[in-house]
Write a protein that binds this ligand. Structure first.
Ligand SMILES: [Zn+2]
Length: 224
């Protein structure tokens, strides 16, 4: 295993068995660049590949920071609907991009079974889109569309902020995802709303990005 990676033993909150999960040392995460929808590229190993933890025994999978906070009723649903059909397989150790995508898709399946909130789907779908982008696979667009649908639902139905996602960042992501899937009119609508908001001006770097992407989408519309 790459020396920047290490394993840690934790207890699965669904089946209670001891499992090994793999983490990437923070010192090994060197940012190379960022995309306008917040996808980050790294010089060496990408920590996103390790963001989903999977229990090899019961098939429970979730984002690492959410892994241990599962409700008892959801754990029961996972046991009934996933564990009964799960073939034991491990996800510890170094992951290539296909393993990372598989882990994220398991996390997505767990969210579906648990009937999770839109913000959780949004986050996982956007990361799957980024992984397909890194892989240069056109399935990226399918997952950008799924992410867009869930960010809109998050904006409309949930109380923001949720963790790091505030109302304005959510508006920006909706604008930018619309631009990326080619719905330029919608992109303009969301960027304009954001740029026109007095309160959003407190986040200067987000406003700069919104203005820049607004200018870009206008340019794209002219070329069409
Ligand atoms: Zn388990």
């Amino acid at each position: 295993m790459n020396s920047a990676l290490y394993n840690k033993a934790i207890q699965c909150p669904v089946c209670q068995k001891q499992i090994e999960i793999t983490k990437l040392k923070a010192s090994a995460c060197k940012v190379a660049s960022r995309d306008t929808d917040f996808c980050v590229y790294y010089q060496d190993l990408n920590p996103m590949f390790y963001e989903v933890w999977v229990c090899e025994f019961c098939g429970y999978a979730a984002l690492s920071e959410k892994f241990e906070e599962i409700r008892e009723s959801d754990a029961g649903t996972i046991k009934d609907q996933i564990s009964t059909r799960w073939n034991k397989r491990g996800f510890a150790g170094e992951r290539n991009i296909d393993h990372a995508i598989e882990a994220f898709k398991l996390a997505l399946f767990n969210l579906q079974v648990r009937k999770a909130k839109p913000n959780e789907f949004a986050r996982v779908c956007l990361r799957i889109a980024w992984l397909y982008r890194i892989k240069k696979d056109e399935k990226e667009k399918d997952f950008l569309n799924f992410a867009l649908k869930y960010y809109r639902e998050t904006y409309e139905k949930e109380n923001l902020p949720i963790e790091k996602l505030d109302e304005f960042t959510c508006m920006y992501i909706i604008g930018e995802l619309n631009r990326r899937v080619g719905d330029y009119e919608e992109a303009v609508k969301w960027f304009s709303r954001l740029i026109g908001s007095q309160e959003a001006r407190k986040n200067a770097s987000l406003m700069d990005s919104a203005r820049e992407q607004f200018r870009l989408v206008k340019e794209q519309m002219e070329k069409r």
